[in-house]
Design a protein around this ligand. Structure first.
Ligand code: 5AD
Ligand code: FES
Length: 342
């Protein structure tokens, strides 16, 4: 079964069910091994690092799972100035980061003009760096303007490719159609584009996951971000169980096998549910990590879920910690933009 998934770079509904349900630890070991080999054949033992700058935790949306949802009156809101963002980049550049990911809630305070200014400033100071935006659903004109300003990549998790499931996770103002359309537009404009989803989100089933995989095959994104759902105490999903390490690792491996060249991070959420989660994610086929470059005084405010790791550490500590973690499993963190390899 694994050979056929690997050779055809596709998976049937039945094969997915079999892999997600099996208790056969040998089969799962083989799955992870094949995925890891697939990643190293393309990217070697190199791990790309992205400096994550969480520049605003204001958000106009109200997703049921997310700790910075508009309805969470307990969130302590902040915004970074352009100077603060540039200072994060400077620290990051000196530490060897060559990709900066600007991530935030959907915050209308940052108009298109402001976002373009920030992107232009970063690109003019650090022309050898890639800028990734992760700021949600915008119009085609806005996406085009950011691209013209120099943005290279865009992350927008689709969250689930199943209509009904999408409606369980989001209030009715949001639509899967719009989200999918944003992703198609981003690709069309020329961004290296990332979609993705949470593993174990409330209402997720083998069927919705199968839809996610079909969507990945259809979109052919350069990046896919997945991590376990983790409940946040001040959201409607406070009492829902978290996604598991085991299921997340199986899905990372499957995604690597069906879409071999993808840039696939071992996420902070994975590191949050297991102390060695990120290492395990790399050994299951991941090839990217995204240490936090946000100023330490705002880190614990950007809480999408409870118990987030690395909120107390300086950027340099995080980078050193990550390099040591990767070295412990035979990988090397590299100073490189880490573009998608065709
Ligand atoms: N647990 C795990 N991941 C979450 N995200 C948002 N809330 C949570 C949560 N409670 C993820 C979403 C979003 C990304 C930035 O973080 O998938 O797209
Ligand atoms: Fe942040 Fe280890 S990666 S402290």
């Amino acid at each position: 079964m694994l050979e056929s998934i690997q050779n055809t770079q596709s998976i049937s509904r039945e094969e997915l069910d079999a892999i997600l349900q099996t208790q056969d630890s040998f089969l799962i070991q083989e799955l992870h091994k094949k995925a890891q080999q697939t990643a190293t054949q393309i990217y070697g033992n190199k791990i790309y690092i992205r400096g994550l700058i969480e520049f605003t935790n204001y958000c106009k949306n109200n997703c049921y799972y997310c700790g910075i949802r508009n309805g969470n009156t307990k969130a302590d809101r902040y915004r970074l100035t352009t100077e603060q963002i540039l200072s994060c980049c400077k620290t990051g550049w000196n530490l060897g980061f060559r990709t900066f990911v600007l991530q935030g809630g959907e915050d209308p305070y940052y108009t298109d003009v402001k976002i373009c200014q920030i992107v232009q400033e970063i690109k003019s100071k650090y022309p050898d760096c890639a800028v990734t935006l992760s700021i949600g659903e915008k119009s085609e004109e806005s996406y085009q303007a950011y691209f013209n300003a120099g943005a290279d990549r865009y992350l927008l998790r689709h969250e689930t490719a199943d209509e009904e499931h999408y409606r369980k996770l989001h209030p009715q103002q949001m639509s899967l159609n719009n989200r999918k359309n944003c992703l198609k537009v981003l690709k069309k404009i020329g961004y290296q584009t990332g979609c993705g989803f949470m593993v174990g989100s409330p209402g997720q089933t083998v069927d919705t996951l199968y839809q996610d995989l079909l969507f990945i095959k259809e979109l052919k994104p350069e990046m896919v971000g997945i991590g376990p759902f983790i409940p946040h105490k001040d959201t409607p999903f406070a009492d829902q169980p978290a996604g598991t390490l085991d299921l997340t690792l199986r899905l990372l491996s499957i995604i690597r096998l069906i879409h071999p060249h993808v840039l696939l991070p071992a996420t902070t959420a994975l590191g949050t549910i297991d102390p060695k989660g990120r290492e395990k994610g790399i050994l299951a086929g991941g090839n990217v990590v995204m240490p936090n470059l946000s100023p330490v005084n705002v880190r614990d405010k950007y809480k999408l879920y409870d118990n987030k790791i690395c909120t107390g550490d300086e950027a340099a500590e995080c980078k050193a910690c990550m390099a040591a973690r990767m070295k412990s499993i035979g990988y090397e963190v590299v100073t490189d933009r880490g573009d998608y390899k065709v």
